[in-house]
Write a protein that binds this ligand. Structure first.
Ligand SMILES: C[S@@+](CC[C@H](N)C(=O)[O-])C[C@H]1O[C@@H](n2cnc3c(N)ncnc32)[C@H](O)[C@@H]1O
Length: 194
């Protein structure tokens, strides 16, 4: 399973995960799926210790993702139906009582989750919003002191002005990821031709 993201966005997240120097990473995600499977595989391959908590609102999709992750002891996927558990969907991570080094907002209620993420983020942590081009989420950006777009669709926030994440979200990176994406597209095209 692959994340529902562009290749250069996947690379940006991989680089970030490698940059987060902690004995054990505590990661939270709203919107389970390929990202949960792919990035936990990536962390395993790179021998990075972590706990990954993922929250999903669609029961059929949750059971599918849950099934593909059932052998990973350090991954927990939680289901909350938005019809009667919207509050829990947004607020459940607070109950876990720990701060998160990386938070990916990629499910439902993204604006509300992004605002909640501020309470959940470690002081050196980073939050990312996917599909950030949608203007209905933008009012949540003001809760973060150093908000940046990595590209049109991927946004990141921190609690501090520029920390170890300085190189994520600068102009050079933007062109770097665009370049990698172009190469990927050319490779896809070249291989599809054969
Ligand atoms: C934009 S997707 C992102 C999911 C995940 N973060 C990823 O990158 O793979 C957001 C939501 O779409 C739904 N979803 C994703 N893939 C799906 C699929 N193949 N079939 C049904 N629902 C899907 C899930 O409810 C998920 O929370």
């Amino acid at each position: 399973m692959k994340p529902m993201m562009r290749n250069h966005q996947i690379i940006a997240i991989e680089r970030l995960l490698l940059d987060l120097k902690k004995m054990r990473l505590n990661i939270l995600e709203w919107g389970s799926g390929g990202s949960t499977v792919y990035f936990t595989d990536f962390l395993d391959r790179n021998r990075i210790d972590y706990i990954w908590t993922s929250i999903e609102h669609n029961y059929e999709w949750y059971t599918k993702v849950f099934h593909s992750l059932k052998d990973k002891k350090n991954v927990s996927v939680y289901f909350f139906d938005l019809k009667d558990k919207e509050y829990e969907y947004i607020n459940f991570p607070l109950q876990l009582g720990n701060k998160f080094d990386f938070i990916l907002v990629d499910g439902r209620k993204r604006k509300e989750c992004l605002i909640k993420a501020k309470e959940l983020l470690d002081s050196d942590g980073i939050v990312m919003l996917h599909d950030a081009q949608r203007s209905r989420y933008h009012s949540a950006f003001k809760y973060y002191p150093d908000p940046r777009f990595i590209d049109r669709e991927l946004w990141r926030g921190t609690l501090k002005n520029i920390s170890i994440h300085a190189r994520i979200g600068n102009k050079l990176n933007y062109f770097y990821f665009r370049f990698v994406n172009l190469i990927n597209k050319m490779m896809d095209y070249a291989f599809a031709k054969k």
